[in-house]
Structure formats: C-alpha cells, structure tokens
Design a protein around this ligand. Structure first.
Ligand SMILES: CC(C)(COP(=O)(O)OP(=O)(O)OC[C@H]1O[C@@H](n2cnc3c(N)ncnc32)[C@H](O)[C@@H]1OP(=O)(O)O)[C@@H](O)C(=O)NCCC(=O)NCCS
Length: 175
C-alpha cells in the first residue's frame, strides 16, 4: 500500500510544508534532525537525553516498508534534498490491530499545526491497514503531546504504572 507525497499544507503561521514517505536514504537527514532537536524535544521523543544521534539508529528508523511500518517525513519541498522538519510513524509489528505511534516535529515548527496534521494522516493510513489502535509512550509532563492526543477526536486511554512515562492507547477511526 503506497503512501504518496501530499501537499502543500499551509501551517497556522503561513509556512507551507509537504508530507512524503520516509525512505531508507533519509538516514543522514534523520541524524541531522536528531542533532537539531532541543534537549526537551529529544527527551520527549526518545525518553532519554543526551541522544547519540548515531547513524545506526537513524538507519533503523529509516527502515520502513510503508505497509506495516509507516513513516511520513515533513519537508518544505518534496523535490529537493532539504532537511526533514518532522516525522510521524507507526509500526504494526504484531497482528493484533495495534501499532506503536511516535511523532516528532522540529522545534522551530512546533505549535503551528504539524503534529495534528501528522496524527490525522497516520490515522488515515492506519484505518486503510485495518488497524484499530495506536499505542505509545509519553512523558507525564509532555503537555503538547497529551493535549494533541486529547483533542484528536479519537478515543484515548492513558495508563500510569509508576515512573514518569505514561502509556497511551488511541483508537483510530476514519476522520
Ligand atoms: C508533541 C508534538 C509532536 C506536537 O507537535 P506540534 O506540531 O507542536 O503540534 P500542533 O501544533 O499540531 O498542536 C497540536 C495541539 O497540541 C497542543 N500543543 C502544541 N504545542 C503546545 C505547547 N507548546 N503547549 C501546550 N500545548 C501545545 C495544542 O493543543 C495544539 O492544538 P491547538 O494549538 O490547535 O489548540 C511536538 O511538540 C514534538 O515534536 N514534541 C517533541 C517530541 C514528542 O514529544 N513526541 C511525542 C512522543 S512520541
């Protein structure tokens, strides 16, 4: 099931971006994105800091098949080799209708609607694949992500088993 480039999308501050499938050749751009993240964003995405931002991890993250492991890259121009401004992904490694969700938006592009756009597109791709739920790990003080999930219009469950990481379950349905 192919995922095509889509856009342009206008963000709330007027900037335009495109969404395109992430590909194996993007590993270098993922290392660059990782290095540009603020400590807070890096910790919120990867639940640890400092990050090594190493090539091996980037190659693992770029290794998606766009079928069970789906990842969308945010770019300013899909025809150019410019930086990646954000990534939304889900990995459905089991066969129980669940997939692990992760989002990251470059600091200078946060809070202008990109997270919401990525989540909406990922939900659509998940529905196409007959998935029923996203799961993910969110730091308890990650207010932007929790607010984004709560206002997504999809049923949300948040579990806390101690510690500073919450487990979230978000139902996915066609919006
Ligand atoms: C979480 C994250 C993906 C949200 O992306 P974003 O592009 O900033 O989100 P949006 O602009 O679409 O905002 C979505 C909603 O989240 C909330 N939100 C976003 N930024 C916020 C902030 N700084 N403070 C409070 N709420 C915020 C708002 O409710 C917003 O909706 P509204 O402004 O339309 O009312 C982004 O902040 C990020 O990449 N953070 C670091 C990585 C991370 O936390 N990943 C999640 C764990 S996998």
């Amino acid at each position: 099931m192919a995922v095509r480039a889509e856009g342009p999308f206008r963000l709330t501050d007027g900037r335009a971006i495109w969404l395109r499938p992430l590909r194996a050749e993007d590993a270098t751009l993922l290392v660059d994105l990782c290095k540009r993240l603020s400590p807070q964003s890096a910790r919120r995405r990867f639940l640890r800091y400092p990050l090594p931002c190493d090539r091996r991890e980037a190659e693992r993250l770029a290794d998606v098949d766009q079928v069970r492991r789906v990842a969308l890259a945010v770019v300013a121009d899909p025809a150019a080799d410019g930086p990646i401004l954000g990534v939304g992904r889900f990995h459905a490694d089991g066969s129980d209708g669940r997939a692990e969700l992760a989002l990251v938006v470059a600091d200078e592009y946060q809070h202008v609607g990109l997270g919401r756009l990525l989540l909406k597109r990922l939900c659509r791709e998940a529905v196409r694949r007959r998935l029923r739920m996203f799961e993910g790990y969110v730091l308890y003080d990650n207010a932007p992500m929790l607010r984004l999930l709560r206002t997504s219009g999809q049923p949300l469950q948040v579990h806390w088993d101690g510690g500073d990481v919450l487990t979230i379950q978000l139902g996915v349905a066609a919006a």
